[in-house]
Design a protein around this ligand. Sequence first.
Ligand SMILES: *Cc1c(COP(=O)(O)O)cnc(C)c1O
Length: 432
Amino acid sequence: MKHQSPAEVGRQTEHLWLPYTQMAIAPPPLEAVETAGARIRLKDGRDLVDGIASWWTACHGYNHPHIRAAVAGQLEAMPHVMFGGLVHEPAVTLANRLTGILPAGLERVFFSESGSVAVEIALKLAIQYRANRGEMGATRFVAFRRGYHGDTLGAMAVSDPELGFHDRRHFGGYVPEHFFADVPRDAKAAERFDAFLTQHASEVAGVIVEPLVQAAGGMHFHSAESLRWVAEACRRHGLLLIADEVATGFGRTGRLFACEEAGISPDILCLSKALTGGTMALAATVASAEIFEAFLGPDPEKAFLHGPTFMANPLACAAANASLDLFEREPRLEQIAAIEAHLGAALEPCRDLPGVRDVRAKGAIGVVELEGNFDHDWLRARFVEEGTWIRPFGNIVYLMPAFVIEPEDLERLTGAVVKVVGEWSAHKKTPG
Ligand SMILES: *Cc1c(COP(=O)(O)O)cnc(C)c1O
């Protein structure tokens, strides 16, 4: 196999700026040329089993023929048309279908193109909802430690400042100050959370939470009961609850939506990552009828004056409708349950390794949490050598594969995690 030399890759990528990357010292990126199922083919011919489904999006695997056909058909008819004053069948159908499967009460879909923007829209809706009702000054949010909601300024402001994603010092006064609480894990903590809301309710428009799994903040799980405590406290204090299901939506935690497991209906819910089955950029912010109605009236200023240029892109909506077909036709939730069982059992041997703090699985998410930080580049390179695409971050090694992954590919992933974390535990306990 002919691997590209770092110099060769460096020359080819000299005009790129890569995400979350210190470009001065990062190892060169690999070049992908083809994807199929749970596999990524590199330019040098190597085939990697994708353990993280392209940032948790490609839930039906890559290149699913049903999604490809839907997008190809839409490409012939109308790749894009503006959404101001015009609508189209793919968006109308998608909005009707989403509101049909989301928790009850979520009635109005506002489309955009990324998870961060879906969160920005949720925050703006919540603040203007209060303002439209004459409740001025309720412009702050309660968010949770270890929470992550995106990289744009507003979404960043409700993400845990300690995460290391966003160094607030770089952005000074541009980042609004919000309130951070711990996700309540027992009845006492639920009381403390309630008291926290009592203290701040007059300034606060709403509470934003990643239901059941705080994903990019370290794959921390909380129970359905914890989520219910949060929802109940919001109701008691008249605060809007925003559920950011950008990561958890579409089966990842074992139900179609994480809110279902707790039986809660948030006031606003954000979707993106797996919405199009990992094929196109699309996001949705879905609001309750009550919120929508607060924007109605003869006064044009009461309207929601927001409109991303490419919102509701027809190709992306066609892909999302095809993705929903697959959730209806194929046994995705059963596949996820089988993945959960395999991840739980197969990662368990890591628990006894020195330096491993925790092993956990929920839905199609498997996590090995290490003590302290570690050498990500070494681990990532080792995973590629093992024929897998696994990207540890912070202090976790995690798997979030496609739901259609073949059993032997899933075994290759879990086998690689056990092997490489074992090597790390024996030899590489410190960065560098
Ligand atoms: C990824 C993510 C976002 C941001 O989505 P982008 O499409 O990357 O902007 C927001 N919220 C959660 C929970 C996420 O996991």
